[in-house]
Design a binder for this molecule. Structure first.
Ligand code: GTP
Ligand code: MG
Length: 319
């Protein structure tokens, strides 16, 4: 354990964590040292079906392994902020709304809106825009795309690449798509992305849709607390990826046009305040005339609220 730096200890190396417990922990999203280190004995005991005393020992061991780090000086924070990059949306007014340059790294941008409001189209466009050189508004990088609704369309990417005068085949080479089959799988894929990002630096991670699987699996009032807890963990995993890789995270979230059976208020995105508090930028998208769409920035830490009009064209997102 710990001899070779490339094989960092995993949770199954923790004393008291055998294969069965390890499986339960991973299944519940407690798949890395940090997550276990910051958990409470009570919650760990519950998810792993072990006694609280055992849970306490596991947590203590995880705390020794996890790089808890801790305090950063204001100067270090300033330096980190100075490294924030941005990816153009393809629309000038949309970029303006986002502070001038587009979607920022070290943050999560949540796109929420009803069906057809343009969430997936923006997600696909960002897969290409991130590949652009910095002077053209990109970060010259690959992208990870976690697809929960089977909406990734290579042929649409081809159209958009042509709009940018990019070679479609080359562009597709730099997009890494994984289909998520259930919410646990979706969470595990973030772990996978975390690993793959060590091999080659990647500055954009997209989850389309963030909430659809959670919503389908955790049905009814009784499941609400559980779902929120998982979503919370998922969001924090995503944010951690963004911080470590200086990457942008873009997630989509559908709101029902008609009141949802479990959420009375139709304008409330799925996941409610959990997603809202973790997302750094929340954008509410709605349809306008024809191919026009309106994005409204809501609750941003350092940008004024406002709206931008953009369009979804054959060649992609534009003004
Ligand atoms: P849900 O995933 O159903 O919640 O919707 P969404 O918000 O992801 O919608 P999406 O991004 O798929 O937007 C769909 C809209 O984009 C359509 O109504 C079309 O107006 C437009 N669109 C989708 N594909 C194309 C295309 O190939 N060409 C053009 N010109 N427009 C397209
Ligand atoms: Mg969609």
């Amino acid at each position: 354990m710990g001899k070779d730096k490339s094989t960092a200890p995993t949770i199954s190396d923790l004393p008291g964590v055998g294969p069965a417990i390890s499986d339960k922990l991973i299944e519940a999203g407690y798949s890395d040292m940090m997550t276990i280190a910051v958990s409470s004995p009570k919650e760990l005991a519950e998810v792993a079906e072990i006694g609280e005393a055992t849970a306490t020992k596991i947590i203590q061991a995880a705390r020794k392994q996890a790089d808890i780090g801790g305090f950063e000086t204001g100067v270090a924070l300033l330096e980190r902020r100075a490294r924030i990059g941005a990816i153009t949306t393809g629309s000038k007014s949309f970029n303006e709304l986002m502070g001038g340059k587009g979607f920022e790294t070290q943050s999560i941008t949540e796109l929420f809106g009803e069906f057809g409001s343009g969430k997936t189209q923006i997600a696909l466009q960002m897969c290409l825009n991130v590949q652009l050189p910095v002077e053209k508004g990109g970060l010259d990088s690959h992208v990870f795309f976690i697809d929960t609704e089977n909406t990734f369309r290579p042929d649409r990417i081809t159209q958009m690449a042509e709009g940018l005068e990019m070679d479609p085949a080359e562009a597709l080479q730099r997009i890494h798509v994984a289909r998520a089959y259930n919410s646990s799988h979706q969470m595990l894929l973030v772990e996978k992305v975390m690993e793959l990002s060590k091999e080659f630096p990647t500055r954009l991670l997209i989850v389309d849709s963030l909430t659809s699987l959670f919503r389908a699996e955790y049905v009814g009032r009784g499941a609400l607390a559980d779902r929120q807890q998982k979503l919370n963990r998922h969001m924090h995993d995503l944010l951690r990826w963004g911080d470590i890789n200086n990457g942008a995270v873009v997630v989509t979230n559908q709101v029902a046009a008609k009141p949802d059976a479990f959420f009375g208020d139709p304008t409330r995105p799925i996941g409610g305040h959990i997603v809202g508090h973790t997302a750094t930028f929340r954008l509410y998208l709605r349809k306008s005339k024809g191919n026009k769409r309106i994005a409204r920035l809501i609750d941003s830490p350092h940008l004024p609220e406002g709206e931008a009009v953009f369009s979804v064209n054959q060649s992609g997102i534009g003004d």
